[in-house]
Design a protein around this ligand. Structure first.
Ligand SMILES: Cc1cc2nc3c(=O)[nH]c(=O)nc-3n(C[C@H](O)[C@H](O)[C@H](O)COP(=O)(O)OP(=O)(O)OC[C@H]3O[C@@H](n4cnc5c(N)ncnc54)[C@H](O)[C@@H]3O)c2cc1C
Length: 484
């Protein structure tokens, strides 16, 4: 097993319960392990038909929770449609089908491994009329967030007798005429061969590799900030391509978001995902010219945030400011309240403009004035639904949740592009076997998670990355055990 994130541990546990001896090889030292998984809030998208399904994942849900919550339902058809729609109908239908249909059962299996789920009240539901209404198909998160997930899976792996080697980087696959026979590793600076009947690659995408970003995503992407681990440099992908694996998916595409302008080059586990700034549907985003450049209200945050990072990267100077007034400031997500935030505030818009570094003040004030005039105030504002409260007649309209920006004190937050993970990767079968360029499985080689390609193109429904790793990790583990 190469990697020690969510996909890897789900694969390792599944291989173990199917009878295999398992060794986990993790490049990072123990205190920095867990990959991108450790940086997440642990939000996991899962199909459910109603609260009874959710209760199987969260047996601790109380009558009080139920009384104040409208969980609705998120049937498999809705999950499948969301994947198809946001990927512009390019997602591999076979992989998507498995992901969606096995999501609930896989998360139940994770609870058997000791993972605990809770409702995502803070980020995925607004309280209206005394009740929380969940609006974006992303209803649950792991208790303790991404670190809680890594801790729970690590505990389960240790209990299951799985050996975990940290500071151990896989650098190549060992093959013979029958297929893959193991992994060449460097452990604490010493090279050695780890022989195995099967290898599962779950070592993440290439987003932390500036050279590969520029090569595959295009010019300018070398300048993006990395939201998560510095260790996902595409090693697993490179190793597999070197022995004839087939590349699949959107190699020039990635998941990238609005991320604090002054965040460090790589993620910081202390801050986790809080450098992100995802309340833009409640306000406006302007560039250096003071101009808006996206429809901030095109859809719920879960269906736009992963593609708006690249739109920010394309702006002059690769930055934007998000602007809010008092009508919505109380609704901003928790990540706007951290110490490490690039924020200015002012009583009036001209004072705010003067403080927004790099922004053309007159251009900004003219833009807000035109925007305010274009808001259709006759429609009620409701953040729990796509309320249709929009602007009309602007070159870039805002089509939901449009409020005038006129009640000070105002706040503005500076963001740049933060890359989460890359979409291109290894081609796998529905059984998580890695295919060669002849489209035949490479014997003994499996892959799961971020380093596989074919599911995500252009965009991504929030919370699908972890579920993808869990579903296909579990499948890969089962398949690998059969080879052993
Ligand atoms: C800030 C942030 C927030 C996110 N929030 C969410 C969310 O709420 N919900 C969601 O679904 N997704 C979220 N994601 C995406 C999610 O993190 C990924 O989709 C998922 O964690 C990928 O899991 P993985 O196991 O494939 O990779 P990872 O968890 O990244 O694990 C890969 C592992 O491989 C190791 N590795 C790399 N190279 C080698 C090598 N050569 N040898 C040995 N080991 C190696 C790495 O050190 C790492 O431990 C978020 C991502 C970030 C960065």
């Amino acid at each position: 097993m190469v990697g020690a994130g969510n996909a890897a541990f789900c694969a390792a546990l599944s291989a173990r319960e199917n009878g295999a001896e398992v060794v986990v090889l993790e490049r990072a030292p123990k205190n920095l392990s867990g990959g991108n998984t450790a940086f997440t809030a642990g939000g996991m998208r899962v199909a459910y038909d109603g609260v009874d399904d959710l209760r199987t994942l969260m047996p601790g849900l109380s009558e009080d929770d139920l009384a104040v919550s409208d969980f609705g339902s998120y049937p498999v058809t809705a999950f499948a449609n969301d994947i198809a729609r946001v990927t512009e109908y390019r997602a591999d239908p076979d992989l998507a089908d498995i992901l969606v249909n096995q999501s609930l059962d896989t998360l139940r299996w994770m609870t058997d491994q000791g993972v605990r789920f809770v409702p995502q009240y803070g980020r995925q539901a607004y309280k209206v009329g005394g009740r929380f209404k969940f609006w974006g198909g992303l209803t649950i998160e792991v208790s303790g967030g991404g670190q809680g997930l890594v801790d729970a899976l690590t505990r389960a792996a240790v209990q299951a007798g799985i050996a975990i080697h940290y500071n151990t980087q896989a650098v190549g696959l060992i093959t013979d005429d029958s297929g893959v026979r193991g992994v060449r590793v460097v452990q604490d600076g010493v090279s050695r061969d780890e022989l195995a009947d099967a290898v599962i690659l779950a070592s993440g995408g290439f987003q932390a590799n500036a050279e590969m970003r520029a090569r595959y995503l295009g010019p300018g992407w070398d300048l993006a900030k990395v939201r998560g681990t510095m260790y996902n440099t595409g090693d697993g992908i490179t190793m597999a391509l070197a022995i004839g694996a087939s590349a699949a998916g959107h190699w020039s595409g990635c998941h990238a978001v609005g991320w604090d302008l002054n965040a460090p080059e790589f993620g910081d586990l202390r801050v986790g995902d809080h450098f992100q700034k995802h309340s833009y549907p409640l306000g406006v985003m302007v560039n250096a010219d003071g101009r808006r450049f996206v429809d901030e209200g095109a859809d719920f945050r879960n269906y736009t945030y992963a593609k708006y990072g690249s739109r920010i990267l394309a702006q002059p100077g690769r930055f934007a400011w998000q602007v809010f007034d008092q009508k919505v400031i109380p609704l901003l997500r928790d990540e706007y309240r951290i110490r490490e935030v690039t924020k200015v505030s002012a009583a009036t818009l001209p004072e705010l403009a003067a403080k927004m570094d790099g922004v053309d003040e007159e251009g900004f004030l003219a833009e807000i004035s035109k925007y305010n005039d274009a808001v259709q105030t006759g429609v009620a504002f409701d953040p729990n639904i796509k309320d249709g409260r929009r602007t009309a007649g602007l070159p870039v309209d805002k089509t939901n949740w449009a409020n005038t920006i006129d009640e000070g004190p105002f706040e503005a937050y500076a963001v740049t592009c933060g890359i989460t993970f890359t979409f291109g990767g290894l081609r796998i079968t529905p059984n998580a076997e890695v295919l060669g360029t002849d489209l035949r499985p490479i014997h003994g080689l499996f892959a799961a998670g971020e380093l596989t390609g074919g599911l995500f193109y252009f965009n991504y429904p929030g919370g699908t990355g972890l579920t993808n790793g869990s579903v296909f990790g579990r499948i890969a583990g089962r398949g690998a055990a059969q080879v052993c």
